[in-house]
Design a protein around this ligand. Structure first.
Ligand SMILES: Cc1cc2nc3c(=O)[nH]c(=O)nc-3n(C[C@H](O)[C@H](O)[C@H](O)COP(=O)(O)O)c2cc1C
Length: 159
């Protein structure tokens, strides 16, 4: 099995990409770092600076989110209906807790976006099909090279 459980993939993913649709049918997608899978049917995302996502969901609840572990190059696409839950909602306190665990309280979470997961589709990089026998360590070594992780380390040290 190449793709792990939704929980493992979500845990290993730094970012998710959250897609909504505007009232005029125009797609919108933006990255979110503060997200948590509560169970196989629920994902929560922090609205810290996402006015368009929130506005779109207030008109159309359909949403789609994808995330990948960039090093393994596997992940999931989740789709369903999403609700914007403001602080005055009774559910806000319980749903925001896992997000505060991530931010450590450093960011103001204006709303919780709660996705009720209706479909979950695994995402696998095409290289798994093209090079099925490649080891995981060779895959990760290749990814580190493509993403220039060594260069980034050196640059961040000022070298
Ligand atoms: C690495 C990264 C992580 C981010 N994480 C979040 C997040 O968790 N929540 C949030 O509301 N905005 C987050 N943002 C900011 C939004 O993506 C950004 O404000 C975007 O323009 C919002 O677009 P929207 O209004 O279409 O949702 C993040 C941005 C970056 C670059």
């Amino acid at each position: 099995m190449i793709v792990r459980s939704i929980a493992s993939e979500a845990e290993a993913s730094v970012l998710c990409w959250f897609a909504t649709v505007s009232p005029k049918g125009i797609p919108n997608v933006s990255p979110k770092e503060v997200f948590a899978l509560l169970d196989e049917k629920s994902l929560v995302v922090a609205d810290i600076a996402s006015p368009n996502t929130v506005r779109n969901l207030q008109h159309n609840v359909q949403a789609c989110v994808s995330f990948i572990d960039v090093f393994r190059q596997t992940g999931y696409k989740l789709a369903g209906q999403a609700r914007v839950i403001p602080p005055q909602d009774d559910q806000f306190g319980a749903l925001v807790d896992p997000l505060i665990d991530i931010t450590q309280g450093h960011f103001n979470i204006r709303n919780v976006i709660h996705l009720h997961i209706e479909t979950a589709s695994p995402i696998v990089a095409p290289s798994y099909r093209v090079f099925p026998d490649k080891s995981l360590s060779d895959r990760i070594a290749g990814v580190l090279q493509v993403y220039r992780v060594k260069d980034a380390e050196r640059m961040s040290r000022g070298g």
